[in-house]
Write a protein of this length. Structure first.
Length: 119
């Protein structure tokens, strides 16, 4: 019977059970499939509460996304408008304005909630 995960031992047991279920050839809609889904939800909730992941700083997010997309800083200049503006932003001397945030959201697909954080 599935129960909420309340401590580290139960968390480890749930992870082990999920691992063993994932090694099987599970049919969608089966009881085993439902068990895997419910365990995954319980694990996620436990992890969100006990191991929260903080959101990145805006400049870190921009640099990371550029790297992910295999883009150069010169291409970031094209998005932001001016080469000097890009340098000032990446060095922290200039803050992102609303127009820049909109362009970054649209072209780099960085969530606005990350870009509007104070830094």
């Amino acid at each position: 019977m599935l129960r909420p995960i309340k401590n580290e031992a139960q968390y480890e047991d749930a992870l082990s059970r999920v691992y063993s279920l994932m090694q099987k050839n599970i049919k969608p809609g089966s009881a085993t499939s439902d068990e895997l889904e419910v365990l995954s939800i319980l694990i996620k909730e436990y992890e969100n509460e006990h191991y929260p992941v903080s959101k990145p700083e805006p400049l870190e997010a921009i640099k990371f996304r550029l790297e992910q997309m295999n883009m150069s800083e010169a291409e970031l200049s094209e998005i932001l408008g001016y080469r000097s503006r890009k340098s000032e932003i990446l060095s922290g001397k200039r803050k992102l304005n609303l127009a820049m945030i909109r362009k970054l959201v649209e072209q780099l697909h960085i969530p606005a909630e990350i870009l509007i954080k104070a830094y």
